[in-house]
Design a protein around this ligand. Structure first.
Ligand code: HAM
Length: 434
């Protein structure tokens, strides 16, 4: 057992897995751009108050899972930091700080990167995980709500994940939610003594959170709890019905899920989650999001509506591997390794490799002073398709080109080498995609 290991709940993404993430991040960037979302990057940590106020003090994310950062003496409120458990609060903080309300609305922003939650580690639940996030701030919907949901579904489809189901709900607003919360309090209050300790406290402080309790003992009580959609005010009902009509127009199927409330306090009206078909009950959403019409104000800005989603890339990678029975990306392999007949002459290998790279080839030189046979073994072990062998013939403008996959070797004019290899590289890449 090595002395030092990655912290519990985190893992190293080795090249093959990292490649799978990079592929998804690339798709996310392309798709977000096509929908008009601009990239933003916010710090990996913020003042803890951004999350305490934004996400809510009485949520699992803040109460149990926040990674607080201790630096200096921590006495100054401005130096009480936390690693970001999610990107929305930080992006909204940036929207306010940079006066984005004067920009064309809604401001469409996207970010992909790591998030941190001190969660109980298990497959698909990590302490550092990656999200693809989009936010549209400054439009009250419902058209943008449908557009955002369409974007999320397009992402799953581009990633190659089939059978992703959309669960949808409306969780009301400041006007109608208080009466609903009272109805919840009455329902759970009737069983107060049977509630687990944390849930008993939440019955007083934040009854809505009882609906997303991860404690299995809560399941029967949640299943019989009153639902928000029976308590919506007229404005929220109109919004929800209009959203359903927009989704219908886009041929997007939604499964209404009246007990879906999401685990963060900032949501209003539209709330949604994505699951693989048949995995809805497993608390392992592939992604989720919703409207947060009060969040900008909570963080000190002018009242401004907003909506967004976060997709868990770790879970998408896992789901793809499960669906396809194989990793979702091939490890990177060099197309060409340049080897040399003279073990000592590393200069010639560097020079040839440099020329081939300038011509657009993926290539590296063997930089060792081992014998040619060992160099070729190394190239094969690295998975290279070709080895270019530089020997004395190079003075006469000739090299040997060895196809390591086919086990064949032929002589090539150095002046034709790049062209020949580029043709082979194109076929090689094409073969990988097929
Ligand atoms: P969330 O539902 O807390 O929402 O997280 C979004 C997604 O991140 C989840 O559906 C899941 O796929 C992934 N995720 C969450 N926790 C973990 C974990 N411990 N390990 C692996 N994956 C995880 C948000 O974060 C909101 N900011 C989404 C949003 C954006 N709402 C509006 N705009």
């Amino acid at each position: 057992m090595p002395r030092f290991q990655a912290p519990r709940g985190t893992r190293d993404l080795l090249p093959q897995e990292r490649s799978a993430f990079l592929r998804l991040e690339g798709l996310a960037r392309e798709l977000a751009t096509r929908y008009g979302f601009q990239p933003i990057e916010t710090p990996l940590f913020e003042q803890a108050a951004v999350y305490e106020r934004g996400v809510g003090e009485i949520t699992d994310v803040v109460e149990k899972e926040l990674f607080r950062v201790q630096a200096g003496r921590g006495e100054d409120e401005r130096e009480r930091w936390a690693l970001r458990p999610e990107p929305t609060a930080g992006i909204v903080r940036a929207y306010i700080q940079h006066g984005m309300r004067t920009w064309s609305q809604p401001v469409r922003l996207t970010l992909s990167g790591p998030m941190f939650r001190y969660d109980r580690p298990q497959a698909g639940r990590y302490r550092q995980f990656w999200q693809f996030d989009v936010e549209a701030i400054g439009d009250a919907g419902p058209a943008i709500d449908a557009e955002i949901i369409e974007l999320a579904l397009e992402f799953f489809s581009a990633a190659g994940l089939r059978d992703v189901q959309l669960l949808l709900n409306s969780i009301g607003d400041q006007a109608c939610r208080p009466a609903y919360i009272e109805a919840l309090r009455a329902h759970f209050g009737a069983h107060a003594a049977a509630l687990p300790e944390l849930e008993q406290a939440r019955l007083e402080t934040n009854p809505l959170r009882l609906l997303d309790s991860k404690d299995e003992r809560m399941a029967p009580l949640i299943a019989t709890a009153p639902v928000m959609t029976d308590h919506l005010c007229a404005a929220c009902r109109v919004h929800f019905e209009a959203l359903l009509a927009h989704l219908d127009a886009l041929a997007i199927e939604a499964r209404l899920s009246p007990r879906l409330v999401r685990g963060l306090d900032y949501y209003t009206r539209t709330a949604f989650e994505f699951y693989r078909l048949g995995a809805e009950g497993q608390q392992q959403a592939l992604g989720g999001g919703g409207r947060y019409d009060g969040l900008v104000e909570v963080l000190g800005g002018q009242p401004t509506p907003g909506i967004g989603f976060g997709i868990g890339l770790d879970r998408v990678v896992l789901a793809l591997a499960e669906q396809d029975g194989a990793p979702s990306a091939e490890p990177w392999k060099p197309v060409v390794v340049v080897v040399g007949a003279d073990p000592e002459d590393t200069v010639i290998r560097l020079r040839v490799a440099s020329q081939l790279r300038s011509a657009g080839l993926d290539c590296w030189p063997d930089v060792s002073t081992r014998r040619l046979g060992k160099q070729l073994e190394g190239a094969a072990k690295a998975g290279a398709h070709f080895a270019v062998i530089c020997g004395d013939e190079l003075e006469a403008g000739i090299v040997q080109l060895k196809d390591l996959e086919a086990g064949t070797q032929r002589q090539v004019a150095a002046s034709d080498l790049a062209r020949e290899l580029l043709r082979a590289q194109a076929q090689h890449r094409h073969g990988e995609e097929g």
